[in-house]
Design a binder for this molecule. Structure first.
Ligand code: UD1
Ligand code: CA
Length: 454
């Protein structure tokens, strides 16, 4: 049977106090709805329908890459009404899975177990035992333990409110039976809503068994209604990422102080990560890489045996083997460093290649440059790559030594083996192997007197 996943995402989310639809709020840089969608994509033979709300055009727009059918629920008349909007997409022989767009951490395994309970004689219901079931629909069972119905909090008797088994809202049912039940839903209840949960009692009346399963942890089925729940689930998610990394052999000084907002294309062995490191986008990290505290790596490619000292930002850049970066270095997009390169504090590198064994250890800006191997760039060196309109290239050939506080006015080439005297402003290409410097001659004024206050 094909799986048809219907994701309910039309709720208002008033408690977020946001102009943005709730499901666009993010956990680990991914919209809540994206998490749910991504999980659904792990199911085989699955297609997705998303029920979005009035004013939720923004949702459709921002998540337009989804391979899904979108249906609008113009008025939020309840979860049953929401599923009714998707009816046109439900085939009789589908296994229909109902998910919530604001429940981001549900695991594939839990869904798979739920779907195993769906047949022509049974439906699947995901329930959860709660310390505080307030607000949840309660699972009402017979004395033999079989599910009879779900009663919403607002419709529940005092006796029923004592039940701690709550409805997660996640349901699986065969398409033919579900559409039949949907057509019979009414709204004569405390909230005047069309409750999807009413199909449970209909199933029981039709002699269909309601089989339940539970998630591994409560966190899996928690929804986001306000910013505090959003922050809570972000931490739950991050702790899971940290556990994953440690299981893959990464040392984390503190698993509670790392954020992974993306994925790893490659993770080597014996990586060590100090506190407050943020990984964004797609990163590749080689063997024995050490990452100091407070670093941000975004789409970085870090080769084996690299040491990144504290407080570095590396974005869309690559670092070769045995290199040492930082502390306080910034590698911007298209910084490509070869092996054994040393980049020190307060050095910014953008759109530049740096060949093997080169050192840029202090306070420099290197932009639009090509730097050879075994070059030494002195403190305070600036490639002046921009005239306010256009960008120009600086070429520094192998074995060059650039004295401190040099400005290289691009376009300019410093020839192989050249030495540039400290404090120079280099405006013309310099010859190989020679000392070039541009520096006003030092003078001292004999008899000069320091002024005194008049
Ligand atoms: C629902 C269940 C309740 C369960 C609880 C779990 C019903 C009647 N009740 O409660 O048994 O314990 O979820 O959180 O199903 N939505 C729409 N359109 C609507 C209404 C809701 O798309 O008209 C979506 C919301 O965006 C949300 C989900 O459905 O993703 C659940 O809605 P919400 O209002 O949070 O749940 P309740 O109805 O309170
Ligand atoms: Ca609710």
């Amino acid at each position: 049977m094909a799986i048809k996943t219907i994701i309910l995402a039309a709720g208002q989310g008033t408690r977020m106090r946001s102009v943005k639809p709730k499901v666009l709020h993010k956990i680990a840089d991914r919209a809540l709805l994206q998490h749910v969608y991504d999980t659904s994509q792990q199911l085989e033979n699955n297609s997705v329908v998303i029920v979005y709300g009035h004013g939720g055009e923004l949702v459709k727009e921002q998540l337009s890459s989804f391979d899904a059918n979108w249906v609008e629920q113009k008025q939020q008349l309840g979860t049953g009404h929401a599923v009714q909007q998707a009816e046109g997409y439900i085939n009789a022989d589908d296994k229909v899975l109902i998910l919530y767009g604001d429940v981001p951490l549900l695991k594939k395994q839990t869904i798979v177990r739920l779907l195993e309970n769906v047949s022509q004689t049974s439906i699947g219901l995901l329930t959860v035992n709660l310390d505080d079931p307030k607000g949840y629909g309660r699972i009402i069972r017979s004395s033999e333990g079989s599910v009879l119905k779900i009663v919403e909090e607002k419709d529940a008797s005092n006796q029923e409110k004592l039940v701690i088994e709550g409805n997660t809202g996640i349901i699986g049912a065969p398409g033919n039976l579900l559409t039949e039940w949907l057509s019979k839903l009414g709204n004569s209840n405390a909230q005047g809503e069309f409750y999807l949960t009413d199909i449970i009692e209909m199933a029981v009346n039709d002699g269909i068994e309601v089989k339940t399963n539970q998630p591994e942890t409560q966190d899996e089925v928690l929804g986001v209604n306000d910013r505090s729940q959003l922050a809570y689930l972000e931490r739950v998610y991050q702790l899971q990422q940290a556990q994953d990394l440690m299981q893959q052999g990464v040392t984390l000084r503190d698993p509670a102080r790392i954020d992974v907002r993306g994925e790893f294309k490659h993770l080597g062995q014996d990586i060590e990560v100090d506190v407050n490191v943020v990984f964004e986008g797609i990163n590749s990290i080689g063997d024995n890489v050490i990452i100091g505290a407070n670093c941000i790596l975004k789409n970085a490619v870090i080769a084996d045996d690299v040491e990144i000292l504290a407080n570095c930002i590396i974005e869309d850049a690559s670092v070769g083997e045995h290199s040492r970066i930082g502390p306080f270095a910034r590698l911007r997009p298209q910084a490509e460093l070869a092996n054994e390169v040393h980049i020190g504090n307060f050095v910014e590198i953008k759109k530049s290649t740096v060949a093997t064994g080169t050192k840029i250890n202090h306070l420099s800006y290197i932009g639009d440059a090509s730097i050879g191997s075994k070059v030494n760039i002195g403190a305070g060196t600036i490639t002046c790559n921009y005239d306010g309109v256009n960008k120009f290239k600086t070429i520094i050939e192998d074995g060059v030594f650039i004295g401190s506080d040099t400005q290289l006015i691009a376009p300019v080439t410093v020839g192989k083996g050249a030495t540039i005297g400290a404090g120079s402003t280099i405006t013309k290409d310099t010859p190989d192997d020679q000392l070039t410097l541009s520096r006003a001659k030092q003078i001292s004024l004999n008899g000069w007197q320091r002024p005194v206050k008049g």
